[in-house]
Design a protein around this ligand. Sequence first.
Ligand code: C2E
Ligand code: MG
Ligand code: MG
Ligand code: MG
Length: 282
Amino acid sequence: YIPNNYIQPYSIYNEKMKIEYEQRSIALINLENAIRNEEFQIYYQPVVDAKTEKIISAEALIRWISPTHGIMLPGNFIPALEESGYITMLDEFVNRKVYEFLTERSRQNKKILPVAVNLSRMDLMDMNIMNSVLHEIQDSELPRNVFHYEITESAYAEITDPGMKFLEDLHDKGAVLLVDDFGSGISSLSTVQDYAFDVIKLDIGFIRKIGNSSRTENIIAALISLAHHLNMKVIAEGVETEEQIAFLRKHECDYFQGFYFFRPFPQEEFERMLDRMQEENE
Ligand code: C2E
Ligand code: MG
Ligand code: MG
Ligand code: MG
């Protein structure tokens, strides 16, 4: 169908627009089908405490199990979904799935951990997803601090009023806000200056240079100290080696996430992990 606001009285409806519109429709139909066919699955990657190495939370990372291409990483499909705006549909799905997962386990008196969901820059301009996320939290019987949201520094740099209001509402309701890929953009200082994020996630690009660049090492040490002075915690992303861990510990990084500890794994595995943690405590 063609939405009735699409052809406006004085708009020039040319062939190129028509083709673009049709392509977007195809993308939409495929995405809806893929969601309906359960081709999207949520993987989880734990975050561990730097001192105790205990798991404190996990990040939800989407995977597309394509019938023709197998397991597809977000880098292969998220850019196109962001371009077309359909990322908000996928992110609504991810939010709902994570919400249902936590709610269901909690109703069965099973252990849960906080789960961080990634929000796209497009989500911060879409009232539908913003309202549904706020309603979920508002109606939930779970402790509010199990809901974590990651916003990349570059998405934050482009934020407009409705997105800002949304983040403030989320924060007021007790959700935890993280700056993702911190330090990868050009706006790092204004990001932490303008808004009360709870946690910064040091970009993997920094972590990779530990041991190779003393300049980057000095920047990492300074960023951790900056975050702590602003009352924020620090997660190092993409931790892969003992050398990185030793350096980050020395500089009092709070949490680690990376292949050294865990690669992202399917939800069933996350459930088994949570069950084991529960048994060990009982
Ligand atoms: P991100 O949020 O910064 O997630 C971290 C990425 O680094 C993940 O890639 C993760 O698998 C990878 N990673 C974790 N530890 C290591 C490590 O030790 N070494 C290396 N080399 N990589 C590591 P993934 O899952 O491919 O996701 C890529 C990006 O896609 C994410 O970056 C995030 O921006 C986006 N993304 C993932 N899921 C979603 C989603 O549900 N919604 C939206 N809007 N974006 C998502
Ligand atoms: Mg993330
Ligand atoms: Mg990141
Ligand atoms: Mg990233």
